[in-house]
Design a protein around this ligand. Structure first.
Ligand code: SF4
Length: 263
């Protein structure tokens, strides 16, 4: 790969459908030691040379476009990817006022996170331009004020949903982030690690009273830790066995049929 290798490219993921990925070491600015250790990005299929090169190229291109033309120029290029994710029968569905066979969705980052406010602004401009596409993301980038303010704006769009990713290490920081804003746009997505202590759930229960937290019991190779059961938790059905991964792009993916995390 040379430095002249540029371009933005989506990934088609068997759980979520279309997704955009970035390198973790350059973009997960508020990663915890737990998420670094348990991240599914450590799995073999994310570690191939091709997958890594794609994430690096995406990041290099983002930095280049931001430096050349700021969020506007980057958004113009992100838009080309959103067009690519549009279902084949979209025009027909529009004309006949029906639903597409597969929903138009894009998960921002199946690997990686938001590393700067300008980058978030570019996604804001893009998502605003595509009200028919549903965007969603999980983030740990809630510690830095300017970055989180940009994320609040993005997550407040009607066609976008953002989740605060919590684990045993950052739950207090996440609770503070949620409580410091007068907004109900954020919910928690919890990584249930194998040694999770009771304090995490009891602390989250102070700010959440109904079943609003999506729980992801740590899983690897088709096995997962015993899921926690609690009135404020919803265990992700794709992890605990309710939904099967789909390898074909032409069928509805688990997240698209479940849609609990989507706007
Ligand atoms: S809860 Fe549903 S939408 Fe969310 S990650 Fe799991 S399968 Fe996907």
């Amino acid at each position: 790969m040379t430095k002249r290798d540029y371009g933005l490219e989506l990934t088609n993921n068997s759980k979520v459908g279309w997704a955009f990925s970035l390198p973790r070491n350059k973009t997960c600015v508020n990663a915890t030691t737990i998420c670094k250790k348990l991240c599914y990005g450590n799995g073999i299929r994310y570690q191939s040379a091709g997958q890594k090169a794609k994430r690096e190229r995406n990041f290099r291109t983002i930095q280049f476009l931001l430096s050349e033309g700021g969020p506007k120029l980057l958004s113009q290029n992100l838009s080309l990817m959103v067009d690519q994710a549009r279902p084949r029968d979209w025009l027909c569905a529009k004309i006949t006022d029906t639903q597409t066979e597969i929903p138009w969705t894009l998960r921002i980052h199946d690997i990686g996170d938001f590393h700067c406010a300008e980058y978030v602004e570019a996604w804001f401009l893009t998502a605003q331009k595509y009200p028919d596409c549903k965007f969603w993301f999980y983030t740990r980038s809630f510690a830095e004020v300017e970055l989180f303010s940009a994320l609040i704006k993005l997550a407040a769009l009607p066609n976008c949903r953002g989740w605060l990713s919590v684990d045993s290490e950052n739950f207090e920081q996440a609770i503070l982030a949620k409580c410091n804003i007068e907004s109900s746009i954020w919910n928690f997505a919890m990584l249930q690690d194998p040694e999770m202590h009771d304090e995490v759930l009891s602390s989250l229960k102070i700010v959440e009273t109904s079943a609003k937290i999506i729980n992801f019991p740590y899983h690897r190779g088709g096995r997962h830790v015993q899921p926690l059961r609690d009135s404020i938790l919803i265990n992700c059905p794709a992890v605990v066995g309710g939904l099967n991964l789909q390898s074909s792009k032409d069928v509805v993916r688990p997240c698209q049929s479940c849609s609990m995390c989507l706007p």
